[in-house]
Design a protein around this ligand. Structure first.
Ligand SMILES: Nc1nc2c(ncn2[C@@H]2O[C@H](COP(=O)(O)OP(=O)(O)OP(=O)(O)O)[C@@H](O)[C@H]2O)c(=O)[nH]1
Ligand SMILES: [Mg+2]
Length: 255
């Protein structure tokens, strides 16, 4: 017997080495420990999360936590195939440190710092790698992390964060601030991405089962004189000719 359908979604966590991907993901998996930093990821680790819709449809979301180290780049690139969503994790404290170092060296601050420029270019590469994915373009979330390394007013003024938010908006990506020790901010992007994928799936499925959604006519329009059928002169002439012709034919058959 056929059971309720199952749908699967694939989500990729990407970002530079040590940006904090595994730490955020471990909060979402209830495995986070403040006393123990995670080991650097080797290749790709994945975990499944499941949700069941009210009609019994089972949604499986596969999260792939990738290594940021350059030596795994080619392995990670192959994981972009058939992806539905990508979470790009960027360390805000590293960006800010690099900006202030450049300021101290008297760099021209009207152009984005070298590291900000590099991180933004990596966002562009993420988009290019997503071409031909299952959902094109995939949902992209940009997450600026390690916000606990800023005091609140400094975070709002962070130039690296502002650049990142601007670029995320240009890519139609949603931006989040997060920090691994703060569970609420760490798990929010994961919960939101699951909700977005499921909402989109349900919307597409319902659109397929009701392909033409016509709006019912408002009662006042139906009563309006403009909607009364109009006797067209052409219609009357046609009817008269048809009647004469049928009388003639019947007459012929009687004789
Ligand atoms: N203060 C602070 N430290 C963090 C945060 N997130 C991660 N870290 C630290 O940053 C370091 C790297 O974190 P990971 O989660 O392993 O980073 P990753 O992106 O998974 O690194 P790779 O697996 O090598 O790509 C560890 O020492 C973490 O403890 C955060 O939000 N705040
Ligand atoms: Mg990792």
């Amino acid at each position: 017997m056929e059971g309720p359908p199952t749908v699967a979604f694939k989500v990729l966590l990407v970002g530079p080495a040590e940006s904090g991907k595994t730490s955020l993901f471990s909060q979402f998996n209830n495995e986070y420990s403040a006393d123990r930093a995670p080991n650097a990821t080797v290749g790709v680790n994945f975990k499944f999360h499941a949700r069941v819709l009210p009609d019994g449809t089972r949604c499986t979301i596969q999260f792939h936590d990738t290594a940021g180290s350059k030596r795994f780049e080619s392995v990670v690139t192959s994981y972009y195939r058939s992806v539905h969503a990508v979470m790009v994790i960027i360390d805000l404290s590293e960006l800010e440190r690099s900006i202030s170092d450049e300021q101290k060296l008297g760099a021209d601050m009207s152009i984005p710092s070298r590291l900000v420029h590099e991180r933004l270019a990596s966002l562009q590469r993420v988009l290019e790698r997503c071409e031909g994915s299952e959902r094109e373009p995939p949902i992209i979330y940009v997450i600026g992390t390690k916000t606990d390394r800023f005091t609140p007013p400094l975070l709002a003024a962070a130039t690296g964060r502002a650049e990142l938010m601007r670029r995320a908006a240009a890519f139609h990506a949603t931006y989040y601030d997060a920090c691994a020790p703060d569970r609420t901010s760490a798990i929010k992007p994961f919960d939101d991405i699951i909700a977005a994928l499921i909402t989109e799936y349900v919307r597409d499925r319902d659109a397929r089962s009701h392909p033409v959604a016509l709006r019912p006519m408002a009662p006042e329009w139906a009563r309006s004189p403009a909607c009364e059928p109009m006797p067209l002169p052409g219609t009357w002439i046609g009817l008269m000719l048809q009647t004469i012709l049928s009388i003639y034919c019947v007459g012929c058959r009687i004789e």
